[in-house]
Design a protein around this ligand. Structure first.
Ligand SMILES: Nc1nc2c(ncn2[C@@H]2O[C@H](COP(=O)(O)OP(=O)(O)O)[C@@H](O)[C@H]2O)c(=O)[nH]1
Ligand SMILES: [Mg+2]
Length: 344
């Protein structure tokens, strides 16, 4: 069996330039799967199970990350050129790493009840803030009369968006995704459960992962994919399938929101007050655009909602970090005290 070369795995100058004189004996590995207790990685020598130093946890790594290791022991994570993350569940607004070093985020949705512009805008913002290109993949094109209408609607979200419609079960159509997952390239797939991510993964990689049926009533799928992993595609590149997400909680995505709502971000700079909330203030350029019909009311509402959520998350995260710091201080003080006691 032959293993992929570093270049085939996506190694580039971006990573090479992060190596230093002091680590010539460390080998680069690309993470293939990350679970609570396990990291597996791929390299020219094959597949390896990596070990972390005791002060690090697998949660600090994402599938697709490059690391340097000495033998099996991880020495360093190399800074990725793209990093997809979302807000983890729980009150503290922390980020959960989803996938690293993917050039493209394939946002999978179906042309049926899963279709939701507000959710797609979130995904596009997530992609933009992660430095990934957003590619919207509309599945179940075989079940509707006018898939082109959906394509036009999602392309209107932002000039950053590329979109395509297909039947995910049809290998010939799935082949249209080849340019995004050919040799050296990585495509990450995200979307709700039941939209066809695993079907696409199987078609692109030749794997035989279990797909799930969807309930007729609400077009929501059962959760069938449980872990993240990176698989080689038939086209020589890489695919990262992620578990289905019902919600798309953004984390640290204000630049992504600005990218999706570029026109609104631009308008906001023309408001009379720099801290304008675009609700009641005189001289608000956004309200003026609403009043004369240049701006769609529902799109304005979606923008406001994302901004409010982002502001809330940033505040919560700052609060959590402050708590961490004071906890750390207490801990250090405690240690100093018990050391003093021992010495006494
Ligand atoms: N008709 C049709 N069915 C599809 C399409 N894509 C997926 N399916 C079916 O939808 C179900 C859920 O697909 P799956 O790949 O498991 O979705 P996932 O939860 O996103 O991984 C399976 O029964 C698939 O065969 C499509 O483009 N057209
Ligand atoms: Mg799946």
């Amino acid at each position: 069996m032959t293993f992929p070369s570093l270049a085939e795995l996506g190694w580039s100058e971006h990573f090479q330039s992060q190596r230093t004189e002091s680590d010539p004996s460390f080998s680069p590995w690309r993470l293939k799967s990350v679970s609570r207790s396990n990291l597996t990685a791929l390299g020219p020598a094959g597949v390896i199970r990596l070990i972390l130093p005791p002060d690090q946890s697998t949660g600090e790594f994402a599938v697709g990350d490059w690391v340097l290791a000495e033998g099996e022991l991880v020495q360093r994570r190399l800074t990725p050129f793209s990093l997809l993350q979302r807000r983890a569940s729980g009150p503290e607004a922390r980020a959960q790493l989803m996938a690293a070093n993917a050039e493209t985020l394939g946002i999978v949705t179906s042309c049926n009840a899963d279709f939701n512009i507000a959710r797609l805008e979130r995904y596009v913002a997530m992609a933009a803030s992660a430095d990934c290109l957003p590619l919207i993949i509309l599945t179940r094109a075989d079940e509707i009369d006018d898939p082109h209408k959906f394509q036009q609607e999602v392309e209107a979200i932002s000039p950053l968006v590329t979109a395509m419609t297909l039947d995910a079960r049809n290998p010939a159509e799935v082949g249209k995704l080849a340019p995004w997952c050919e040799t050296g390239k990585t495509l990450a797939l995200m979307g709700s459960s039941g939209v066809g991510k695993t079907t696409l993964t199987n078609g692109l990689t030749g794997a035989n992962l279990a797909t799930g049926g969807i309930r007729e009533d609400d077009a929501r799928g059962r959760h069938t994919s449980t872990s993240r992993q990176m698989l080689r595609t038939r086209h020589g590149g890489w695919l990262i399938d992620t578990p289905g997400m019902r919600a798309v909680p953004l984390s640290d995505a204000s630049d992504g929101i600005d990218a999706v709502f570029e026109d609104l971000a631009e308008l906001a700079t023309q408001c009379k007050f720099s801290d304008c909330s675009h609700e009641t203030e005189p001289g608000c350029a956004v309200l003026a655009a609403l009043a004369d019909g240049r701006l769609d009311e529902t799109r304005y509402q979606r923008w406001k909602k994302l901004l409010a959520e982002e502001a809330h998350n940033t505040a919560t995260l700052a609060e959590a970090r402050k708590k961490d710091r004071s906890r750390q201080k207490l801990y250090t003080k405690g240690k100093a005290r018990s050391k003093a006691k021992r010495e006494f």
